[in-house]
Ligand binder design. Structure first.
Ligand SMILES: *Cc1c(COP(=O)(O)O)cnc(C)c1O
Length: 478
């Protein structure tokens, strides 16, 4: 969180200098304060490096041990100085990690200095945003203001919507799918196989029948397969997760075609659509030519992540649904003097204020400009990669650039690229400038010429993932 050091910070800094650093911190070259504890054995270190996931066993290579205070700590101030030094190191590593960040769709470009004085309050929006609870230290007035803005964006009247600020995009999906399930208790959940894992988690949690639908090369849902799958469950209503930007390829499912497929195949008035807009839900409204996500179409809910494109410094999200659906789901809780329609109980009351602040600062026009910049820079990255002979794909409505997975895992980690099989992606957010992309490209091209020995070895074929026309392997390049 943003903040200032409290009283006596000068003292602390002075003392920090005087106290020797704990052993873990002696190696100057070690930038990453997240890995200060030296692994016990070389073997453990190797494990940490390869990030092997060992199920059923946690690997404790990343750990800042909690040390019990000594009796005289309060007198000597050693404890505080120790903690200050740990935090100072950590802050430096955050600066470095922020600079080298390309793979996750988080907008790291913000300045919330004006809100730093609020961290002294335990703000909690327990319960329903539209019903006062007895707990007074809340930020509902900001929350409802933000929700109104989103409802207007997605074209649902004030008296017809319900929503809340969630803890993340996942919670929005859990909520949207739960609403769908409450509206159609025996409904079958359909989601393309490239949907976010939280959708399949929801199916498991709610024990819903779930059908995975095939995708096109772009990553969009394949409506021919959707139709075939609907035929297999004709007697049961359909609950559909529609992706407004998939996680890996940034693909946007064709909402209109999904609706048409449902209506033409006997599902009229027997379907519920949840739109997962975690990534692109707030970008697409600003892309010219993009199809519209709107409650004027027969959709039930939309969710978006607040810490992705919007750039909120803590995880959060926005969930909007139709008020009529909420009655199917909620019950009254006397303890809160409120209605219980949210997934979580306590909710972060700071997040709505950050969102409110950003919306006021940037507004519709500000987002529009940022989206255009992201798309322009994404095209820049795609063109440079292609020129260099690297297989690459960029969906029309997206700023997610998919390309051949770099051969070296250290490089992947350095730039925090998200990878899946043979592909990696970079998500161009407002904080990703042309300079940063040039820096990345420079390093990638230099390393790559080593990996493939100046062209003597050939890079992998990724035609299966990005299509033949985007693949520049030795077989597919023209
Ligand atoms: C990131 C993402 C989510 C989950 O959002 P969190 O805020 O990380 O929980 C869901 N769906 C898609 C498509 C995403 O990209």
């Amino acid at each position: 969180m943003v903040g200032s050091v409290g009283n006596g910070s000068m003292d602390l800094r002075e003392r920090e200098k005087a106290v020797p650093l704990p052993k873990e911190f002696e190696r100057e070259e070690m930038v990453d304060a997240l890995t200060p504890l030296r692994p016990d054995t070389v073997e453990e270190e190797e494990k940490g490096r390869s990030r092997e996931i060992v199920l059923g066993r946690n690997v404790h290579t990343m750990c800042l041990e909690v040390k019990e205070p000594e009796d005289d700590d309060e007198v000597t101030g050693d404890r505080e100085a120790y903690m200050a030094s740990v935090l100072a190191r950590y802050r430096r590593s955050l600066i470095d990690r922020t600079k080298h960040h390309l793979g996750y769709p988080y907008n790291l470009d913000f300045d919330y200095g004006a809100l730093s004085h609020l961290q002294h309050f335990s703000i909690n929006n327990l319960g329903d945003p539209f019903i006062e609870s007895n707990y007074g230290v809340h930020s509902r007035q900001f929350e409802v203001g933000v929700l109104d803005w989103f409802a207007r964006l997605w074209e649902l009247e004030k008296n017809e919507y319900w929503g809340y600020i969630t803890n993340c995009g996942t919670e929005g999906n859990l909520h949207g799918i739960l609403v769908g399930r409450e509206v159609f208790p025996n409904g079958v959940l359909y989601a393309s196989k490239e949907s976010h894992y939280s959708v399949f988690k929801a199916a498991r949690m709610y024990r819903m029948e779930c059908v995975k639908v095939a995708t096109l090369v772009s990553g969009e849902i394949d409506c021919a397969d959707f139709k075939a799958k609907l035929f297999q469950n004709k007697e049961k209503p359909a609950i559909i997760n529609v992706n407004i930007g998939t996680t890996v390829k940034g693909a946007v499912d064709d909402l209109d075609l999904v609706i048409q497929t449902l209506e033409e195949n006997g599902f009229k008035d027997r379907f519920y659509i949840h739109c997962d807009g975690a990534l692109f839900g707030l970008m697409m409204p600003f892309v010219k030519r993009a199809p519209k996500v709107t409650f004027k179409k027969p959709i039930g809910s939309v969710s978006v992540s607040g810490h992705k494109f919007v750039g909120c410094p803590m995880p959060c999200g926005v969930q909007i649904t139709r008020l009529e659906h909420i009655n199917a789901l909620s019950s009254n809780v006397e303890y809160l003097a409120s209605r219980d329609a949210t997934i979580m109980g306590s909710r972060n009351g700071h997040a709505p204020i950050f969102l409110w602040y950003t919306l006021n600062r940037k507004g519709y026009r500000g987002f529009q400009k940022e989206v255009q910049k992201c798309l322009r820079n994404a095209h820049y990255l795609k063109d440079r990669l292609k020129e260099a002979g690297i297989s690459v794909m960029l969906n029309e409505l997206s700023s997610t650039v998919v390309f051949e997975r770099p051969k070296d895992e250290d490089f992947v980690r350095q730039w925090q690229l998200a990878c899946e099989g043979n592909i990696a992606h970079a998500v161009v957010m407002p904080n990703v400038t042309v300079e940063k992309l040039d820096h990345f490209l420079g390093e990638l091209l230099e390393k790559r010429s080593h990996w493939y020995q100046e062209g003597k070895l050939s890079p992998p074929c990724i035609a299966a993932e990005v299509g033949k026309i985007n693949c520049l392997c030795s077989l597919h390049k023209k």
